[in-house]
Design a protein around this ligand. Structure first.
Ligand code: SF4
Length: 305
């Protein structure tokens, strides 16, 4: 019998998360995929995540439920231009965010996630290296501001996080009389991050909410994709959690690519009747893309234990 393991990102809908074997952020799911003893991995996320799973576990069949589940950080990055940019900065270390295609990863020296990016770049600067950062311009701008770096940045954004708006947040804040907090993902624009009480990856934000011990009546605004609110409310039903607005009156910011993972599409992929197999990565590409990922994993083992 075929053993199918289903992975679901926090940004998918609650029904999909409920039928998954593992729910997590992109790194957690990739590591789970790497170690999965399965014949088939159905990855309810977006294409770059399924590609990362395939890079880490090339023997296993990986299926993406919907072929159009891409990501603006990928579609805004032309690989030929990226290659040229890399060559123009030949004496720099190229650090790339995990939200990137396999071809993009193959052009990087290090892969990072929103959880370890601060530590890895600090480590490289401490070694006297010069760094270029791709593809997320907002995250790079935040790192440059926060730590005084001068990294040249690639110009792409997450179209979901880039919509969070400082003015709309100010208005939402003004409508709350008691205590209020803002937690934000570093893919958000810099003015939004400036006002945040906590900045972290999806999992770190979830942990922040889980451990929250402030005023019970506080309103907590969450500047990331709306799917995570399901997990946050499950973990802390006692809290007033609201998605940060993208314009006044609208707490509605959803990733269109993640939401292509309909329940029917995931079920069809599980049954072997749908989805698209990640079968186009050559062994050479897998090897090149794996090196900067392994560098990150090895760093994480050394520095976080
Ligand atoms: S939320 Fe943003 S970074 Fe994540 S898949 Fe959607 S567009 Fe890409």
């Amino acid at each position: 019998m075929t053993k199918v393991v289903t992975l679901a990102h926090y940004y998918t809908t609650p029904e999909i998360q409920e039928l998954a074997d593992k729910v997590g952020d992109s790194l957690e799911l990739s590591l789970y995929a790497r170690d999965a003893q399965a014949d088939v991995i159905v990855f309810a996320g977006v294409r770059f995540m399924a590609e990362t799973a395939k890079i880490l576990n090339p023997q296993t069949k990986v299926v993406l439920p919907h072929s159009d589940s891409t990501c603006s950080l990928v579609t805004m990055t032309d690989i030929a231009r990226l290659k040229k940019w890399r060559e123009e900065h030949a004496d720099y270390v190229h650090v790339a965010y995990v939200n990137s295609s396999a071809e993009h990863k193959a052009l990087a020296d290090w892969i990072v996630t929103s959880r370890n990016v601060d530590d890895i770049i600090a480590h490289l600067y401490a070694e006297g290296k010069k760094v270029i950062y791709s593809p997320d311009r907002n995250m790079g701008a935040y790192l440059n501001f926060e730590y005084g770096y001068d990294m040249p940045l690639w110009e792409a954004v997450c179209e979901v996080h880039d919509k969070f708006n400082q003015q709309a947040l100010d208005n939402a804040y003004a409508s709350v009389s008691g205590a209020k907090f803002l937690i934000a993902h570093p893919e958000s624009p810099l003015p939004v991050l400036h006002g945040a009480d906590y900045i972290g990856s999806t999992s770190q934000m979830l942990n922040w909410v889980r451990d929250f011990d402030g005023e019970a009546s506080a309103v907590i605004f969450v500047a990331t994709e709306d799917g995570i609110l399901y997990n946050m409310r499950k973990a802390r039903p006692d809290l007033d959690l609201r998605q940060a607005p993208i314009y006044s009156g609208c707490q509605c910011n959803s990733c269109p690519y993640m939401k292509l993972n309909s329940l029917d599409a995931v079920r069809a992929a599980q049954a072997g009747n749908g989805g698209v197999e990640i079968n186009y990565l050559t062994p050479e590409l897998i090897e090149l893309a794996r090196k900067p990922i392994d560098r990150m994993l090895e760093f994480s083992q050394r520095y976080y234990k």
